[in-house]
Design a protein. Structure first.
Length: 454
């Protein structure tokens, strides 16, 4: 097995959970839009090495994944990884949006993560035109972008970073220079207690905790053009696309606590877009992950109770053990019994609530919005228990050659211990579990982290 190496490129190899079709379908359903599930086609624009798609192929191997990126080096790297892990359902192309030979085939999901604000207006137009042309009638498009008002201060930070950083030098050298120079500036303000100095230092403290690739992509790239939400949706509408929801479900205006919703309704009334824009002002939002659908689709924007019961419920990384509410604690207890395995929402409802299952859809969505658990529409493929001949997820095994931060079959990043890393590297399906009798707890831990293949 060849060694897998993370680099400092702007397209660091990360799986973005909010872009996963199983997650997007669940968010869509919560807004009354029945997005397709299973045997779907997924297109990612500006995919880098295609790592996000490769990770998806591990959890949903029946789907078809296509990625395009301008960087031939990145695409060739992704093809090599695909070949090594046996991802035959992933196709990667080194080309521009304009030159993509799509053959007219439609996609159920189109992803543009870290793309929209970092390309010129003409390319943005091309992106939306492609989405309108290639998105299936009931499909969903995902676009992430930097937003104002939150990015107003960050734009100032970006200007300072670029001013203090030489244009030459390797990526690692430039980032190291950034950290040194900005740290010195934060200690050198003439009015150390002034509003400007305090705001700048606060922003720098948070930014300095980010990974190197984030500096390169967000702050040292030649082009970055944040905008307001209302400007984004107007641009999308000009290409026949409409706002559905935010992919991070808990950030939607309709998912806010009652007191916040009352404020939003006071300003926005029945205008969903105005409520969303006002929420950005209330929160100082600087980043959105927006889901779009065809403008002619007109979902009710309300829960589909029957559809919600078809979803699967699973623990979030920060899921609490209990919260003091009997109904929700019953759901949390059931999830704890199942471990990492997503459980059918209908089964949980019937077992816990009996004849009052009509309460379940609202309860599950509210708990999702409050971060008590997660909902998804697909059935990820992984082994929740150790088999006779355990096999690790091929992508995780490849990552484990050089890092302990791995991508599991739920499309999430998980950290493993050094011992877990070493055992995982040996799990190629050829060795019996009995050979690891002294490390059975390690095998169980790897299964609990959804890192084993089925």
């Amino acid at each position: 097995m060849s060694q897998y190496i993370y680099d400092l490129s702007p397209y660091a190899d990360i799986a973005y959970y909010q872009t996963h079709p199983g997650h997007m379908a669940a968010v869509s359903l919560a807004r009354g839009h029945k997005a397709p599930v299973g045997n779907v086609r997924v297109l990612e624009l500006g995919c880098g090495s295609g790592f996000n798609l490769l990770a998806m192929s591990m959890s949903n191997p029946d789907n078809e994944y296509v990625g395009i990126d301008l960087s031939r080096v990145q695409i060739e790297n992704g093809k090599a990884i695909a070949a090594e892990i046996g991802a035959q359902n992933v196709t990667l192309h080194a080309c521009s949006i304009e030159d993509f030979a799509d053959g007219g085939e439609q996609f159920h999901y189109i992803i543009a993560h870290g793309f929209y604000c970092w390309v010129p207006p003409t390319v943005r137009d091309s992106m939306f035109a492609m989405m309108k042309r290639l998105l299936a009638p009931d499909g969903v498009a995902y676009v992430s972008y930097n937003t104002n008002p939150g990015w107003r201060l960050r734009s100032l930070m970006r200007d300072g970073l670029r001013f203090l950083t030489p244009a030459d030098g390797s990526p690692a050298e430039r980032v190291a220079q950034v950290r040194t120079n900005m740290g010195q500036l934060a200690d050198s303000f003439l009015d150390a207690e002034g509003m400007y100095a305090q705001a700048f230092r606060d922003e720098w403290t948070k930014l300095n905790q980010e990974q190197d690739y984030y500096f390169l992509h967000e702050y040292l790239a030649d082009f970055c053009d944040p905008l307001y939400f209302e400007e984004f949706v107007k641009h999308a509408a000009g290409h026949g696309l409409r706002f559905l929801a935010e992919s991070r479900y808990w950030t939607n205006a309709h998912a806010q606590p009652q007191a916040v919703r009352a404020d939003l309704e006071r300003v926005g009334g029945d205008d969903l877009l105005r409520r969303e824009q006002y929420l950005d002002w209330m929160a100082g939002r600087y980043f959105r992950q927006t889901l779009l659908i065809h403008a002619e689709r007109n979902p009710p924007g309300e829960l589909d109770p029957e559809g919600i019961l078809k979803l699967r419920i699973l623990s979030d990384p920060d899921t609490p053990e209990e919260i003091g509410d009997p109904m929700r604690d019953a759901v949390l207890a059931k999830l704890a019994e199942g471990g990492v395995e997503p459980l059918p929402a209908s089964a949980i409802g019937a077992e816990i609530f009996g004849p009052v299952t009509f309460l379940v859809p609202t309860l599950l969505v509210q708990g999702w919005a409050e971060g008590h658990w997660a909902l998804r529409a697909d059935t990820p493929v992984f082994a929740s228990k150790v088999s006779e001949r355990p096999e690790a997820c091929p992508l995780a095994r490849l990552q484990a050659t050089s890092t302990t931060l791995l991508t599991n079959r739920l499309h999430r990043r998980v950290d493993v211990t050094a011992e877990e890393q070493q055992v995982l590297l040996q799990l190629d399906g050829t060795r019996a579990a009995s050979e690891f009798s002294s490390q059975s707890a390690v095998l169980d831990a790897l299964a609990a982290k959804a890192l084993l293949a089925r």
